[in-house]
Design a protein around this ligand. Structure first.
Ligand code: HEM
Length: 416
């Protein structure tokens, strides 16, 4: 096997790029930094160990290959007691669906079920009703001047959708949303100690909340997904406490997975719509462009820019020697701009049929993709149909020091 080793100058170059990436300017526009990263080759050394993959085809291949695994509980325990992987919130995440490998993953994914066509059709009226109510509020605010689309609409629709679907009391939604924003750091690439402490506190509160909820649904089952998961877990697990724990991890992860990611998709999509007057007019005249608009948003600036995997065995990756358990960070935000896959990649172009990895690929492909797409499609169509053209008041501020999860802190718009 021919292998090459990376040099310390490569590591210094990536370190300086990551420092730039985590600056306010880097958060606002990470794409020139991704281009510089890509110029180091489709695989570059990560300064903290492991590798960064920026080539689209390589990211796609790794996600679909059984030779690459999720960093699961076994892997996390091997990293030692004083690492980020041993934080209480990281241990909690290690029992959720995306941190499992086969055969456990296959079992739990089957218990989770899918958002098939009839489930989506069942949720659609709620999404339309909530979207219309939120757009009414936005229209009211716009009468007095500018309004923050992120706060008024993008943050609200996902929590109302998933909250209604799971049957969570509306009074709990604001707190649950706040907790999902706090827990995200434990899934970030380079969390600080204080960010991890926020995630730990949020996760402890979420655990107490959802374990209570599961016990309550067991006592009073209804026609809701949590009651359905209890039935399915009882068929898999004879110990009722273990079954309840399995249901808790599903409910927890569905909430965590569904809120910030979808809010970012909705806000980014509307940013693309309002930053160019022609785009609004184009979609208003042709609302059936909505699916293409959603997919191009997911390619152009996805809510999740990094997905990580570890090697199942020693192997070679693009000529680099990789040891079993080495980690690779698939820089999907960069891979989406790989010119070998997408010509003129920085251009937002509705004529593409963009292949993207925003929802991952392979066995961990996002279970909620049909729901996120339906929310985005509904919002875009209702927005351009019900409101006159909106314009961007100022560039939004991005949440600071992130690498994996994009988040717009505001999206200030006004009537054009
Ligand atoms: C735009 C919104 C969303 C984005 C960008 C997104 C992204 C992702 C990504 C990248 C993964 C795979 C992680 C990996 O390969 O390690 C994933 C997994 C998952 N997502 Fe989503 N997601 C979104 C919305 C949702 C929603 C709305 C739900 C549920 C209602 C959801 C539920 C899940 C679940 C359960 C998994 C785990 C699948 C598995 O490991 O088998 N996601 N998502």
């Amino acid at each position: 096997m021919q292998t090459v080793t990376t040099t310390s100058s490569d590591r210094r170059a990536t370190l300086s790029l990551f420092t730039r990436l985590r600056s306010a300017q880097g958060q606002d526009d990470p794409f020139p930094i991704y281009a510089a990263l890509r110029s180091l080759g489709p695989v570059a050394p990560a300064p903290w160990g492991g590798h960064l993959v920026t080539g689209f085809d390589l990211c796609d291949r790794i996600l679909r290959s059984p030779a690459w695994l999720e960093p699961d509980r076994r892997w996390r325990e091997k990293q030692g007691p004083r690492t980020r992987w041993s934080a209480p919130s990281a241990r909690e995440i290690s029992s959720t669906l995306p941190a499992l490998n086969p055969p456990d993953h296959s079992r739990v994914r089957q218990a989770a079920g899918t958002f098939d066509r009839s489930t989506i059709q069942g949720i659609a009226p709620t999404v339309t009703r909530v979207t219309d109510r939120l757009l009414d509020t936005l229209a009211d605010r716009l009468r007095d001047g500018e309004a923050d689309f992120a706060a008024v609409v993008a943050e609200e629709l996902p929590v109302a959708t998933i909250g209604t679907w799971l049957g969570l009391p509306e009074a709990d939604w604001p707190r649950l949303r706040e907790l999902t924003h706090d827990q995200v750091f434990t899934q970030e690439l380079l969390p600080t100690a204080s960010q991890l402490a926020r995630s730990d506190a949020a996760m402890a509160e979420l655990r107490a909340y959802f374990l209570d909820l599961v016990r309550d649904r067991r006592a009073r089952p209804g026609d809701d997904p949590i009651s359905g998961w209890i039935t399915r877990w009882d068929a898999l697990e004879s110990d009722q406490d273990k079954a309840d724990e399995g249901v808790y991890f599903l409910a927890l992860f569905f909430l965590l997975a569904a809120l910030e990611t979808t809010a970012t998709l909705l806000a980014t999509m509307v940013l693309r719509l309002v930053e160019e007057p022609d785009r609004w007019d184009l979609v208003a005249d042709n609302p059936d462009l909505a699916p293409a608009f959603v997919e191009e948003t997911l390619r152009h600036d996805a809510p999740t820019h990094v997905i990580s995997r570890v090697a199942a065995h020693d192997c070679a990756l693009n000529g680099l020697e990789i040891r079993a358990d080495d980690m690779v960070h698939l820089m999907v935000g960069a891979a989406h701009r790989d010119p070998d896959r997408h010509p003129d990649p920085d251009r937002f172009d509705l004529r593409r049929k963009p292949a993207h990895l925003a929802f991952s690929a392979g066995i961990h492909y996002c279970l909620g993709a049909p729901l996120a797409r339906m929310e985005a499609d509904t919002l875009l169509r209702r927005l351009v149909t019900r409101l006159p053209r909106l314009t961007l008041v100022r560039r939004p501020t991005m949440a600071p020091r992130r690498v994996v999860f994009r988040r717009l802190l505001n999206l200030d718009v006004a009537l054009a």
